[in-house]
Design a protein around this ligand. Structure first.
Ligand code: 13P
Length: 288
């Protein structure tokens, strides 16, 4: 099945009270692990690509080529969206040209008027080309590709203003942060989420920083309108731990254990297990 935009899968998720996972990709192993797991579990999925990861993978066209090739060669039939994560205005335009099926424009660091202006322009381009578009209000804390945010709670009225521009899905800060949560993290602000959902109605809401949020908070967020949950760091940590175990056990020194196809296999399986666990928690299994 060819790439699809994220509109239909997220509308269904919002109506069905579950969430679709966005899993960020870094290379071939990541992409293959996520696609195969989605297929095995009959789940829709969104592949997230940050601008930094896009550069690392030799540019957006390479990413589009790799993903399209895999959809065909692996016989992937579940809905898959290829989505720019935290895109700049220029990055979003470049991904639209390169063949992504979805983009996020993160204008949360601009004054709200400028965020509205730029989001509006990109909404028009995405509509014309049949792409879905995610916007963000209220910066999401933690560090991502060197950009550090403080983890604020979005203003629900500003969320409504941006939602009314015709975006497909809306990311709003509700105390969530990227990366590992600190010991003294106050948790998600369900009060903010509730206020945002009341004003934005049908709009699928996006929860960034999915790594390390306790299962009960994830479930509650879904009941309050979250239909897309982004996970990145948790797959990286799973890959790292499995690779470390392989090396520490000296397996790379045995036989052909140095072969990258063997060396990277435990990490690949660890990503698959993480994605499976998240899809089960988010409730997207069997929803393709
Ligand atoms: P984590 O790295 O905390 O899982 O966050 C991912 C994310 O929100 C990508 O936009």
């Amino acid at each position: 099945m060819a790439l699809v935009n994220a509109k239909e899968m997220l509308t269904k998720a919002k109506q069905g009270h579950y969430a679709v996972g966005q899993f960020n990709i870094n290379n071939l192993e990541w992409t293959k692990a996520i696609l195969l797991t989605a297929q095995e579990l009959n789940s829709p999925v969104i592949l997230g690509v940050s601008e930094g990861a896009g550069k690392y993978m030799c540019g957006y066209k390479t990413v589009v080529g790799m993903v399209n090739g895999m959809l065909e060669e692996l016989n992937i039939t579940v809905p898959v969206a290829l989505h720019l994560d935290h895109g700049s205005y220029e990055g979003a335009k470049a991904c639209i040209e390169a063949g992504f099926s979805s983009v996020m424009f993160d204008g949360s660091h601009y004054p709200i008027e400028e965020n509205i202006e730029k989001t509006k322009e990109l909404v028009a381009i995405c509509k014309e080309r049949g792409l879905s578009i995610e916007a963000e209000v209220g910066s999401i804390g933690g560090e991502e590709d060197g950009v550090i945010g403080a983890g604020e709670c979005a203003d629900p009225q500003e969320c409504k203003q941006i939602a009314d521009l015709g975006v497909t899905m809306l990311a709003a800060g509700i105390g969530n942060i990227h990366g590992k949560y600190p010991e003294n993290w106050a948790g998600l602000s369900f009060e903010t989420l509730d206020a945002i959902q009341q004003l934005t109605g049908e709009m699928p809401l996006v929860l960034h920083g999915g790594t390390g949020i306790p299962a009960d908070m994830i479930k509650k967020a879904i009941t309050l309108g979250v239909s897309k949950i982004n996970v990145n760091t948790e797959c990286q940590l799973a890959f790292q731990a499995a690779t470390r175990e392989y090396i520490e056990a000296g397996k790379d020194l045995q036989g052909k254990g140095f072969d990258p196809r063997k060396l990277l296999a435990p990490g690949f399986e660890a990503i698959k297990a993480t994605v499976k666990e998240k899809m089960e928690l988010f409730g997207s299994v069997g929803k393709a």
